[in-house]
Write a protein that binds this ligand. Structure first.
Ligand code: TLP
Length: 341
């Protein structure tokens, strides 16, 4: 089976497993785990921020960031794209645990227009919550792995500064964005007050995500992580894999993007399947059929040929990663051609 449901299915590499067996560890709640400390320092340096924090998952990294930005102040509102992971797929954690109201804004290919954001920012008014944060998902999962352009992030930063609002980047796949743009990751992170970055997606670590920001932000975030039960102890075993993920894996993401492009272009030529090729900038392909029920039928037939993806009644998502080779991409197209001829 070639598993294209997500890049979360990637396995730790041999180099990660080796590093995990020899990792120096300590109690991280006392901030005494040398491997965690090294991973946090490395992340902060790579992303050009003062400090970083290791979290259990991207979901926890985002939630801790939101709690820290709003400081659990009731009546806070944050802006996030209508199909963002934070709004759709984080179990309403911000509302449930943080008392935060999310104001969803419909973007175009996952990108919210500055004028729509501007219209959504609350005025000083006794009736209104206070707009504290703008969240940007980079790359944007639901939109098909779309990269937020640097010029856009620059304009957004300018706007946010003019309103004294902070920016959080849900950068679960921000290394994919940097690779697609051919820029150093700092050229993206410089626009955000805080970022979350997943280690366990395309970067293949078994567990974990990083958040980063100022020293003060991370000091508070560490307390919120503890509150959520995310204070880990000898987490250096996991951090050792995370270090390898950051140092050894980003450069190969380009292969995932190339394979996604091959798959997307090939599939888009087949009858009945609709793909907006302009969204296929990284390792995610979103496709749909104009016929209801066809999504399920197609996935079942593809699974019988050895390729599994996630999806619904009328469409689905294909995600490339280190376990998907160029050969697999070609074989997938051959199987799809037989099914959709
Ligand atoms: N995304 C997962 C699923 O939850 C949908 C996937 O398979 O793509 N931000 C973004 C943009 C994400 O795509 C995800 C995970 C997260 C945050 C959360 O990361 P984890 O799974 O580590 O909590």
């Amino acid at each position: 089976m070639v598993d294209l449901r997500s890049d979360t299915v990637t396995m730790p590499t041999d180099s990660m497993r080796e590093a995990m067996t020899t990792a120096e560890v300590g109690d991280d709640v006392y901030e005494e785990d040398p491997s965690v400390n090294e991973l946090e320092a490395l992340t902060a340096t790579m992303l050009g921020k003062q400090a970083a924090l290791f979290t259990v998952s991207g979901t926890m990294g985002n939630l801790v960031s939101l709690l820290t930005h709003t400081h659990m102040l009731r009546a806070a509102e944050i802006i996030s794209e209508a199909s963002s992971h934070i709004f759709l797929n984080e179990v309403a954690g911000a509302a449930t645990l943080g008392g935060i109201q999310i104001r969803p804004i419909q973007g175009t290919k996952g990108i919210m227009s500055i004028s729509d954001i501007s219209n959504a920012v609350r005025d000083e008014n006794i009736h209104c919550p206070e707009t504290k944060l703008i969240c940007v998902e980079n790359t944007h999962n639901e939109a098909g792995g779309v990269v937020q352009p640097l010029s856009y992030l620059g304009q957004l930063r300018e706007f946010a500064d003019s309103k004294s609002i902070q920016i959080h980047i849900d950068g679960a796949r921000v290394f994919n964005a940097a690779v697609a743009l051919g820029v150093d990751i700092k050229e993206i992170s410089c626009y955000a007050d805080s970022l979350s970055v997943c280690l366990s997606k395309g970067l293949s670590a078994p567990v974990g995500a990083m958040i980063c920001g100022t020293d003060e932000f991370i000091r508070l975030a560490r307390r919120y992580r503890k509150m959520l039960g995310g204070g880990m102890r000898q987490a250096g075993i996991l951090a050792a894999a995370g270090i390898k993920a950051l140092l050894e894996m980003p450069q190969r993401l380009i292969e995932d993007h190339q394979n996604a492009r091959v798959i997307a272009e090939g599939l888009s030529e087949l009858p009945g399947i609709v793909i907006d090729l302009s969204t296929v900038e990284t390792n995610i392909i979103r496709y749909r059929f104009n016929q209801s029920g066809k999504g399920i039928e197609f996935r079942q037939a593809m699974a019988a040929s050895g390729f599994i993806f996630n999806g619904n009644d009328s469409g689905g998502r294909i995600v490339t990663h280190v376990g998907v080779t160029e050969q697999h991409a070609k074989q997938l197209l051959t199987a799809a051609k037989q099914i959709l001829h």
